[in-house]
Design a protein around this ligand. Structure first.
Ligand code: FES
Length: 127
């Protein structure tokens, strides 16, 4: 299977790899797994007082497409409000990375991680 140049670029030069302190109140953590392949993806967001995602980072144990999807969304969510970030669709990720149909679930994992990170942040902050 051929990966697109964009997938290879994110895979070889992943953006924002790392982690924030899970316990910090301004951090939301989304940890999701794909039952089909066993890949696991963690996305963390750091939210400022105005409700804007200031920073994001990820750790992914998974395939190249999952790593590329994580890297891409860690860039996309920065500067967005929680609502704007929650509106990111897996189809947009798949389209940007030109994922083949068998790899679409990797982008779904990324969308799920954004939603989980936002939910975690909101829960922590009683929103
Ligand atoms: Fe499962 Fe990519 S093969 S996340």
């Amino acid at each position: 299977m051929a990966y697109s140049d964009k997938v290879l670029d994110h895979y070889e030069n992943p953006r924002n790899v790392g982690s924030f302190d899970k316990k910090a109140t301004d951090v939301g953590t989304g940890l999701v797994g794909a039952p089909a392949c066993g890949d696991v993806l963690q996305l963390q967001i750091k939210v400022n007082d105005s409700g804007i995602i200031e920073d994001a980072c990820f750790k992914t144990y998974g395939c190249g497409s999952a790593i590329a999807s994580s890297s891409l969304i860690s860039e996309w969510v920065k500067g967005k409000s929680l609502d704007e970030a929650a509106a990111i669709k897996n189809s947009e990720i798949a389209e940007e990375l030109e994922l083949p149909p068998v790899k679409v679930h990797c982008s779904i994992l990324a969308e799920d991680a954004i939603k989980a990170a936002i939910a975690d942040y909101k829960e922590k902050n009683g929103k």
